[in-house]
Design a protein around this ligand. Sequence first.
Ligand code: TPP
Length: 617
Amino acid sequence: MTMSALDAIRSPADLRDLDHHRLDELAADIRRVLIEVVAANGGHLGSNLGAVELTIALHRVLDSPTDAIVWDTGHQAYAHKLLTGRRARFPTLRRPHGLSGYPNRAESPHDWVENSHASTALSYAYGLAAARRQAGHAGRVVAVVGDGALTGGMAYEGLSNIGWRGLPVVVVLNDNGRSYAPTVSKLTESLSPLRVAGAGGASGDGAGPAFFEALGVDYRGPVDGHDIAALESGLGDALASGRPAVVHVLTRKGRGFAAAEDDDDKCLHDVAPFPARRYAPPVRTHPRYTDVFSDALVRAAARDPRIVAITAAMPSSTGLRPFAEAYPDRFFDVGIAEQHAVTAAAGMAMGGLRPVVAIYSSFLTRALDQVNLDVGLHQLPVVLCVDRAGITGPDGPSHHGVLDLALLGRVPGMTVFAPSSGAELEAMLVEALATNGPCALRWPSGTAREVPAAGVGGGRRARRLRAGRDVCIVAAGPLVEAADEAAGMLEGVGVSTTVWDMRLAKPLDDDLVVDAGRHRLVVTVEDGVREGGAGARLVDALGRSALVPGGLHGPDGTPPVIVLGVPDAYVTHGDPATIRSELGLDGIGIAAAARDGLRRVDDGAGFGGLASASAML
Ligand SMILES: Cc1ncc(C[n+]2csc(CCOP(=O)(O)OP(=O)(O)O)c2C)c(N)n1
C-alpha cells in the first residue's frame, strides 16, 4: 500500500520536493482528515478547510520555525499542525490531554502564539520583526490574518506601525468575505471587486490597495488562495521585496465540504461533533441559556422600543439572530471589535437607547477599560449579557470565562447578576433593563437549568434554598446546583447546612451577609477566579480583611470563610465537568471542603494547610 501524501510529511521540509500533482493529493488528504477529526471531536471546520492550500504554500516558501508564521486567532491552524509533525496525535484534537485546538507553544516550536483572541497577529509580528532586526536575526516574519480579524482595532494599530517602521513583515490577508457572518467592513467591500474579478483579474490600484499603501505597506494580489503555485509566487515575491507587504489571498470558507460552503449562517465555522461524512446540526431537546436569553430579549424588545442589541461579529453564537430578524434596525454587528462595541453602547445609552451588548465572557475582558470608564464612569444604562462564563472546555485557557466576576466587580456602580437557571436569567434581564445604571448578567454555556416558578428569586435579593445551622454555602450562578447537592451530602452526615443563591454577585444582599455570619463556617463557590471574585466580596462584607495574617479567625467571632473558585493559573482545555471536579467545584468537592473546614473549626486547627482549590482568603 502506498503511503498517503499526508502520512509522508513528517516536517515542512518534506513538502519541498513534492510536485504539484502530489500537492493536490496532499490537500485532499488534509481535508479528509480535517473533516474526520472535527466530526469526531468538534472544532473549527469552515475556517480550516479554507486555509489548506495557503498553509501548504506558506510551509513551502518559508523555513519554519526559523521563519515565524503567526496565525491570527489561531482557529485556522489545523493544517499547520498536520504539516508540522502532529499528524499522529491529530485525532486527540481538543480532547483532554490531547492537542490544543489552537497553536500551542508547548506542542511545537512551529507555534508562536496561543492566544486565540482575534486581531493580535500584526502586533506580535511587529514585535517579533523589531526584535529580529535588532538581533540581526535573518528569520522572516509572516502574519496570517482573516478579513474578519482585520475588523478589530488592534490589527490597524499593528499595520500602521509596521508601515511606519518599514519592517519587512508579510501580512497574508486570508479573505473569505466572512467572520462567522459576512464581514462587516467597507474595506472588505472595497476589496471585493478584486474578489469578484478573481486572481490576476484586477490590478492593485483600487481603493482597498490604496488604503494599505497609504500606510506604507505594499499591496499584492489578489491571489487565488486555492492555487498553490500562484500562492507560492505571490508570497515569494513579497518576501523577496524585504518590505512591509499585504498579500491579499482569496479563499472560500468551508472549501471542499458542501455543508460548510453552503451554510449561510457561519460556513460551519465551528461545530459540535457530528456523524462522520454528513453534517447534521446537534439535536437539542432542552433550551440552552443562550436560547433563553435570545427569546427573553425579543420579548423585552417588543415591550420597549428603546432596546437595541450589539454583537462583536457573533450574531448567532450569542443568540442575537432572532432579535436581528425581528428588529433589523435595532441590531448592530460592529465586527470583531469588543472595545468599540462597549463604547458604542455607551454612546447609544447617552442618546436615550437601552443597549444590550451580547458577548462571550472571555472576549468582554478585552473591553474592560471601556466598561469601566466609558460605561461605568458615566453610570450609563448598558446591559452586558455575558455568555460562556465560567469553565468552557475544549477551547482552552483563552476561552474560559473566569475573570468576569472579579473584573466587573471592580467597576463602581456595576450590578452583576449570575442566574442559576433559565427562569432566573429572564427575571434578571427584565430587572437589568429596568435599572438606570450599568448591569451585567453572566451565564455559562450549555443547557439552562429548569426550576419551578417558586425556585425563582425576585428583584435584587439573594435567595435562600435551605436553612441550617453549621455551614452556610453561598453559591453564584451555575454552582448553586452543585451547592445544593453538597448540602444534601452534608445533611446525610449530620451537618446542618444553609444554601444561598447569591443571585447578584454585586451588590451582595445584606440579609445574606447577616445570615452567613450566624454559622460556624461559610463556604462560597463560584465558577470564576477565587481571588477578588464574589466570595472575596462576602469575606469583605463579613468584616474581615482578606489579608489578615494566618487568615482566618477574626477578632470579632465571625465565621471563617472558605472561598472556592478557579485558582490563579491558566486552566488548560478539557471536559468542563471534569475540570470543575478537579478544581473541587462540584457537589463532592464543595461537601469535602465544608467537612474539612468544620473539622478545623472544631479542632481549632486553623486553615493554613488547606489544599489550593479550597484555600482560604
Ligand atoms: C477578540 C475576539 N472576539 C471574537 C472572537 C471569536 N471569533 C473567532 S474566529 C472569528 C471570525 C474570524 O473571522 P476571520 O478572521 O475572517 O477568519 P475566518 O474564520 O473567516 O477564516 C470570531 C469572531 C475571537 N476569537 N476573538
